[in-house]
Design a protein around this ligand. Structure first.
Ligand code: ARG
Length: 413
């Protein structure tokens, strides 16, 4: 009896050729699994294509709700943004896809799972490491990493030779990936980091030049770090993200040009379109600035970076992640309130915030009447605060031959 391999099937050329290649090279039945994480495609057509190519079975799973609840929202609460730029859309979907591959492999009695990643990117690492954590006994087959088909032309030739219908997408020099949290575009002219991205690569955002002349204000309501309303209307996460993608995209918000550090050591230029993520991350951060203390904000920024790195680096299924998630969860207890933002020709600016749990105290901050801050007490505070500075200056710095500023002193003529 031939073994079974569950392939993460997107319907594109790589994974279409992979169905046939795996069947041949693994002597296995291929089960094609197409996962909907918010990439708008004709899923039924993709399913049928898999069967037509020779998959023994083809499944479609709608994982959008899981993706929102267990990946996007936690990443938003964490403020996870890789290298200060990339909201991690593609990276977040990988552990979910790996989990579903493993689930189907178990249900079907498969001995291997497969994906269409190349050997140069991050995604292969995320899939392989995640599968290794969830099901160490399952083998991972990565045809694109292994096969002898070097170029797209080789693949098309292989497809023609084996009667594989070539996906009717118009030939594009770009490689794209999309889900609810964002769209990633790479390759083609973008590989020259000096070149401005051509307008044709964008699908979710209008050019800021052509965006409406009137700004659009949006209000995002949060409860304990979770976005729950848009312009006062309570919405589930999936609807809220989808609507925000439309609204912010219309105003050209969320275009990112990132020259990033891949896990495999390569610097790579990637363009992202993340209208909803850009707005929600800005809104969430603004509310945290109102509801978290200075110390909490400092520590949370460190955790956010560690969290972003672990997502990027494929370490979702780790105890380290559980530890950081527990910290993040704890920080969100009071992150409740509403943030107002202005979307205008590619920009997204926070213009207002309000919270029932705000730490902002008008009577302490104001320079107008109603001031409760005791300015005389500042004198004693500064006396003590500056004490170690004065002691050190007296004992060490003033006596230095180069003067009290040390090497910062202007050179003597
Ligand atoms: N560089 C991004 C990441 O590693 C996106 C990768 C997928 N991009 C693509 N165009 N296929 O998460």
């Amino acid at each position: 009896m031939p073994g079974k391999v569950v392939l993460a099937y997107s319907g594109g050329l790589d994974t279409s050729v992979a169905i046939r290649w795996i069947a041949e090279h693994e002597q296995a039945e291929v089960i094609a699994l197409t996962i909907n994480v918010g990439n708008q495609r004709d899923l039924e057509a993709i399913r049928e294509r898999a069967l037509q190519i020779g998959a023994a079975k083809a499944l479609v799973v709608d994982a959008r709700q899981l993706f929102v609840d267990h990946f996007i929202i936690p990443a938003l609460k964490a403020g996870a943004v890789y290298e200060g730029q990339y909201p991690l859309a593609t990276a977040l979907s990988r552990p979910l896809i790996a989990k579903l591959l493993v689930d189907v492999a178990r249900a079907e009695g498969a001995t291997a799972v497969a994906h269409g990643c190349t050997g140069k990117g991050n995604d292969q690492v995320r899939f392989d490491v995640s599968v290794g954590a969830l099901a160490p006994d399952l083998r991972v087959v990565a045809p694109v990493r292994e096969w002898e088909l070097k170029t797209r032309e080789d693949e098309i030739e292989y497809a023609q030779r084996h009667g594989i219908p070539i996906p009717v997408t118009k030939a594009s020099p770009y490689s794209t990936d999309e889900n609810l949290w964002g769209r990633s575009i790479e390759a083609g002219i973008l590989e020259d980091p000096w070149q401005e991205p051509p307008e044709e690569i964008y699908a979710w955002t209008r050019s800021p030049r052509e965006a409406p002349d009137t700004p659009r204000y949006v209000e995002i309501g949060f409860e304990q770090g979770v976005p729950v309303s848009l312009d006062g209307q309570r919405l589930d996460g999936l609807t809220l993200i989808s609507e925000l993608t439309e609204i912010a995209g219309e105003h050209g918000v969320g275009r990112i040009d990132h020259l990033e550090n891949r896990l495999v050591g390569i610097k790579s230029r990637e363009i992202y379109e993340t209208p909803a993520a850009t707005v929600l991350l800005a809104a969430h951060a603004a509310l945290e600035h109102m509801t978290l203390s200075k110390d909490q904000l400092r520590m949370k920024a460190l955790v956010a970076q560690a969290y972003a790195d672990l997502i990027y680096n494929g370490l979702w299924f780790t105890a380290h992640h559980q530890d950081l998630a527990a910290y993040v969860h704890s920080t969100q207890r009071h992150v409740t309130g509403t943030v107002r933002l202005r979307l205008y020709k590619g920009t997204c600016a926070v213009v207002g915030r309000t919270s029932p749990e705000s730490l902002y105290d008008y009577s302490l901050a104001t320079y107008d009447k109603g001031d409760r801050f005791d300015q005389r007490a500042a004198v004693g505070f500064i006396q003590i605060w500056g004490l170690p500075v004065r002691v050190q200056a007296q004992a060490q710095l003033l006596a230095q031959p180069e003067g009290p500023l040390g090497f910062l002193e202007a050179p003597k003529q």
